[in-house]
Design a protein around this ligand. Structure first.
Ligand code: HEM
Length: 265
């Protein structure tokens, strides 16, 4: 079988991003989230988890509460899988995340295809490896250190919350982090470090909002303000977009690569 035409697949991904019937008019943010959740189950000690095998196709992982809503992202990519059957699901998901970042104005993300091994039930990572938005800096560090990231990479990665929004029927939280949720930028850090965040007055889970209740932060985002090291890095990214873009591209590329075996040349 011919090897996948990755350039054409990227073009096909870019073509489906605008969608006037979906959220803020782009499916880009939810594709980024799919790539991150597929990859973010990685455990560097046991070398389990990660996108390889696209184990989120199967019920145990698909039904992890953290993955609620990602069935939409997977369905959006299905026509591209049909058109290019030789790309693996894992490659398609991670390539879609990388392509969406770039198409929404972000940096080019280093990405390589990986071979997909045959998946068996034991390859499916246990639920609960993805971060819990209700928790603070200790939990955030535990989860990302397990994947093999340092503090600077953690802060850079969470800067992806420039994109997209929370949905009450998925995570239970509500609203976007920025005023331009379909453009990649360092707005997340600018807003995080300058807005007077206050607890949202509602019956839902604890989250923080600006005084006009238009944008939001999760408790796990506010952890970046509470922790002195995280705060220092957040302020740096708020002041210097280029540094953020460079660090984000490297960290996101590393995330997408976790646990992906390389075909030997
Ligand atoms: C402490 C770490 C993190 C926590 C607790 C967290 C939590 C969340 C939650 C609760 C949502 C809302 C889901 C929904 O209701 O639809 C969300 C959305 C999102 N997250 Fe994160 N996240 C984290 C890190 C990351 C990272 C590392 C990335 C990518 C590099 C990322 C990218 C996104 C994107 C793009 C969305 C928007 C999805 C959409 O619009 O449908 N997040 N995140």
């Amino acid at each position: 079988m011919a090897s996948p035409d990755y350039q054409q697949i990227k073009k096909d991904i870019v073509a489906i991003l605008p969608n006037k019937d979906y959220d803020d008019g782009s499916i880009g943010p939810v594709l980024v989230r799919l790539a991150w959740h597929a990859s973010g189950t990685y455990d560097r000690k046991s070398k389990t988890g990660g996108s390889n095998g696209a184990t989120m196709r199967f019920k145990p992982e698909a039904s992890d509460g953290a993955n609620a809503g990602l069935e939409h992202a997977r369905a959006f990519l299905e026509p591209i899988k049909k058109k290019h059957p030789t790309i693996s699901y894992a490659d398609l998901w991670t390539l879609a995340g990388a392509t969406a970042i770039e198409a929404m104005g972000g940096p080019a993300i280093p990405w390589k295809s990986g071979s997909e091994k045959t998946v068996s039930a034991k390859d499916i990572p246990p639920n609960g490896r993805l971060p819990d938005a209700a928790q603070g800096q200790d939990h955030v560090r535990d989860v990302f250190y397990r994947m093999g990231f340092n503090d600077r990479e953690i802060v850079a990665l969470i800067g992806a919350h420039a994109l997209g929004r929370c949905h009450t029927d998925r995570s239970g939280f509500d609203g976007p982090w920025t005023y331009s949720p379909t453009r990649f930028s360092n707005q997340y850090f600018k807003l995080l470090t300058t807005v007077k965040w206050q607890k949202k007055k509602w019956d839902g889970p604890e989250q923080f909002v600006d005084p006009d209740d238009e944008i939001m932060m999760l408790p796990a985002d506010i952890a970046l303000l509470k922790d002195p090291e995280f705060l220092k890095i957040s302020k740096e990214y708020a002041a210097d977009k280029d540094v953020f873009y460079k660090d984000f591209a490297a960290a996101f590329g590393k995330l997408l690569d976790l646990g992906v075996p390389r075909t030997k040349l």
